[in-house]
Design a protein around this ligand. Structure first.
Ligand SMILES: [Zn+2]
Length: 419
């Protein structure tokens, strides 16, 4: 792999410093730290973050440890002591330390945090999503540091908490100014080493219709909230079809969607459902997945107008409309230097053309792009369908390739001279 003639001697030298045995040991060690957020026990990413911090110190990086909420820290490391003030190009490798719950332990073939190696794979909760990606970034940083080469810019690593929840970690990272000088970001999520240059956006909307509560035997003494909410849902389905017709199918992301995910009457926190009680209110939550070209503000205004029209049939009906979260879609141009660097690295290391991809969900990169306009590329080791599954695994061959992709992408994006 590293004897490839299209690589410069300098590139081959740095690549030769990637230590595969250590990389595999690192993925196993980090997977064995069960960084599931368990709020009742106050246990989260602390131990995993301390492990990442220790590796960063060994590599010789400037390192910062910040508590986001108790038990949930971010680790930031950089080749410069002032990544928040630097005027040089700054390339960020980003990942999260939290993993989702292991689920029923008895259904796992091996204990979920054993990091067992079998058939060229490392098994374990979080091995794929995304401790392998984090360790590949660490391995790339270590190889570059050991080589002693001087880059024309700096490298930064962010290992943040709570990606699987409210993305508190990356939001804190941005609020503390760490993203202010970032030129571009590789999000090291499991994408089978595809070069993912687009990510779907997401918008969550909660709609509540309020009528008048009544006995089920005497419904005319009240006003049923279920029918106007049902009319609203039919209109949202029609809006989805119009949006698909208008925006079509994105080459990498497919179609946009509007999906009702929660339907409740009475709403959360407003009493128990009963067969003979017509509740005062009904609520729904819509999960909108957006592709580039769609406008979240316009969509939310459309939805609110539709909801208002549905309750206009009776003056005793009222509505509440809340936009819970907006994460716009992202797209990074193929001509962007980071995309070029990763795509070229893939071609040179594998002899195959790079595979461009799109991410159907949102990641920390979505927030970096939305809040700071940072160009992001999502690229990392791991089968894309395995995250959150029982018997989660990551391919050792993919890990080895990812670490080298990160090395080459960093060298080519930042440039520099031999030292
Ligand atoms: Zn992830």
């Amino acid at each position: 792999m590293i004897e490839c003639p299209v690589l410069t001697q300098r590139e081959q030298h740095v690549l030769s410093l990637v230590d595969d045995d250590e990389l595999i040991e690192w993925v196993q060690a980090l997977t064995r730290i069960p960084s599931v957020w368990r709020p009742d026990e106050g246990i989260g990413e602390e131990a995993a973050a301390r492990w990442v911090e220790a590796r960063c110190r060994e590599i010789g990086l400037h390192t910062w440890f910040e508590t986001v909420t108790p038990g949930r820290p971010n680790v930031i490391a950089a080749t410069t002591e002032s990544p928040r003030q630097t005027t040089r190009p700054l390339l960020l490798f980003e990942g999260h330390t939290d993993v989702v719950t292991e689920g029923p332990v008895e259904r796992w073939s091996d204990p979920p945090f054993s990091a067992t190696i079998r058939d060229g794979r490392i098994y374990g909760r979080g091995a794929n999503d995304m401790k392998a990606g984090l360790c590949c970034a660490l391995a790339a940083l270590k190889a570059i540091r050991r080589s002693g080469i001087r880059l024309s810019g700096d490298l930064m690593l962010a290992a943040v908490c709570d990606e699987e929840g409210e993305m508190l970690g990356i939001k804190h990272f941005i609020a503390q100014g760490w993203a202010d000088r970032v030129s571009a970001c590789v999000v090291c999520e499991p994408e089978e080493n595809r070069v993912c240059i687009a990510q779907k956006g997401v918008m969550w909307v909660r709609a509540v219709v309020r009528g008048v509560m009544a006995h089920g035997a005497m419904p005319l003494t009240g006003v049923n909230a279920a029918y106007p909410l049902a009319r609203f849902l039919c209109l949202t389905h029609a809006l989805e079809e119009r949006e698909i017709a208008r925006h079509g199918s994105h080459a990498l992301l497919g179609q946009p969607s509007i999906t009702p995910t929660i339907l409740l009457s009475p709403p959360r926190g407003e009493g128990e459902p009963q067969n003979n009680v017509m509740p005062e209110a009904a609520e729904c939550v819509l999960d909108l997945r957006l592709i580039p070209g769609q406008d979240p503000g316009w969509l939310s205004r459309q939805l609110e107008q539709m909801l208002a029209a549905c309750v206009a049939t009776d003056p005793r009906l009222r509505y509440e409309f809340h936009v819970l979260e907006v994460r716009p879609p992202t797209h990074t141009d193929r001509a962007h230097p980071l995309v070029q660097a990763l795509a070229g690295a893939y071609a040179d290391l594998t002899g195959q053309p790079p595979i461009y991809g799109g991410v159907p969900g949102s990641t920390d990169g979505t927030i970096l792009n939305a809040q700071k306009g940072i160009p992001i590329v999502t690229c990392g080791p791991g089968d894309t369908h395995i995250p959150h599954h029982i018997d989660e695994w990551v391919s050792i061959d993919e890990i080895k390739l990812s670490a080298r992709l990160y090395v080459l992408a960093a060298l080519r994006f930042l440039g520099g001279t031999d030292d």
